[in-house]
Design a binder for this molecule. Structure first.
Ligand SMILES: Cc1ncc(COP(=O)(O)O)c(C=O)c1O
Length: 386
């Protein structure tokens, strides 16, 4: 029998349909989806603007290399101009977050001529070899070394460590403004500013990985904007395609102008369907005030989770930002995830101890209440089993 490689532990749930913030199993049971395909369905399942654009594009053309001009490419570029930080004047589209990180790192290596990278403890940047090289978790790295280039891992959110470690040999510093897989630590503005200053001082490039934190999930378009810094390279993925595989690497004028034909490429990167999804997603972002809603629902969810933490002996604290939020537990989060799933809420873990919620921006007050009461119930049950 043909078997799927077991890179993830199966959840024992067959999902047959998704709409907005909900998914249904084959028995017709409804679940509140706070997993959203590792955060990719932040715009909700079957977001109407994304579906409309995809349907339209399916009737036109589904594959064309970026060496040809297409209407949808022009439309997607116009849409992208509305969301990319103004100093980033070049972009390239790929399919997965790891690929976009890979391009960011390759570019830093090539443009600076340097081979040393700085990353952070608990960082997660993906599974391709360079991306894995700047990913911290030993479980993901084991057996795959050597990785390309030297990587130094510094404590996260420690401006002084950055100041000391970044030097004239550093090609780039890569950081997530809010760490996703690593446990939902959020960077202080001082930390991001320290990276910017160290890069300015040494000629290293500042790469911000907003694959998980970007496109409104933390309540602002890009999480790093809260710190008022400008990266040299920005990486995005997950949410930007509204659930369709799209990722993006954007470069400053100085970096992007040095890129030439042959330095990178992709068969499917920026294919017409991906462009349509991207355009639809960006339309949704503005038409439906996605960031504003995420901020409001994120604040409500935070208050709700804080109440749960106060009452449960198994919970330590709330972590994260906006709708990239979770609860640090005193027990293995997998148990809590299983109980929540039995009770109709799908969540995921972050790091060793954090129960993570990545709901879509369309969740409402009732959904948040449901998360609060169900989590309270689940933790009570687990506390009694201890
Ligand atoms: C911050 C960050 N970077 C990169 C990636 C890798 O993205 P992908 O799984 O699409 O390759 C992820 C995935 O979780 C991520 O959270």
């Amino acid at each position: 029998m043909l078997k799927l490689a077991r890179f993830y532990n199966p959840r024992g749930l067959r999902i047959i349909k998704g709409e907005g913030q909900y998914v249904w199993d084959h028995d017709g049971r409804k679940y509140l989806d706070c997993h959203t395909g590792h955060g990719a369905a932040f715009l909700g399942h079957r977001n109407r603007w994304v579906v409309e654009e995809l349907k339209r594009q399916l009737d036109e053309i589904t594959i064309a290399s970026p060496v040809f001009q297409t209407d949808i490419m022009e439309e997607a570029v116009q849409a992208l101009e509305k969301i990319l930080p103004k100093n980033l004047t070049y972009f390239y589209l790929l399919n997965a977050g790891s690929e976009a990180v890979e391009l960011a790192l390759k570019t830093a290596r090539k443009v600076t001529g340097r081979k040393k990278f700085i990353s952070f403890i608990n960082a997660f940047h993906g599974r391709t070899m360079a991306a894995l090289g700047v990913t911290w978790n030993r479980k993901y790295r084991e057996g795959y070394d050597p990785f390309p280039w030297d990587v130094e891992f510094l404590p996260y959110d420690d401006p002084e460590a950055v100041e000391t470690a970044v030097d004239e040999d550093t090609a780039a510093v890569i950081a997530e403004p809010v760490q996703g897989e690593g446990g939902l630590a959020a960077a202080s503005p001082e930390f991001l500013k320290a990276i910017r200053e160290a890069c300015d001082r040494t000629g290293a490039l500042m790469i911000l990985d907003e694959v998980q934190s970007g496109f409104g999930r933390t309540g602002v378009l890009w999480a790093h904007q809260r710190a008022g810094v400008r990266p040299d390279i920005l990486v995005a993925g997950k949410s930007i395609g509204g659930g369709f595989p799209v990722s993006l690497t954007a470069f400053s004028e100085e970096v992007g102008s040095k890129l030439a034909p042959g330095a990178h490429g992709s068969t499917f990167g920026g294919n017409p369907l991906a462009l349509a999804a991207l355009k639809g997603g960006i339309t949704a972002f503005f038409e439906d005030r996605v960031a504003e809603k995420a901020e409001r629902m994120g604040a409500l969810l935070r208050r709700t989770l804080e109440e749960v933490v106060e009452e449960s002996s198994l919970a330590r604290r709330v972590r994260g930002m906006g709708l990239m939020i979770g609860v640090e537990l005193r027990i293995n989060p997998t148990k809590a995830i299983q109980v929540l799933q039995q009770k109709g809420i799908i969540a995921l873990r972050a790091g060793l101890t954090v129960l993570r919620f990545l709901p879509p921006y369309v969740i409402n007050e009732e959904d948040v209440e449901n998360i609060g009461s169900t989590l309270k119930e689940a933790l009570n049950e687990l506390a009694q089993q201890k």
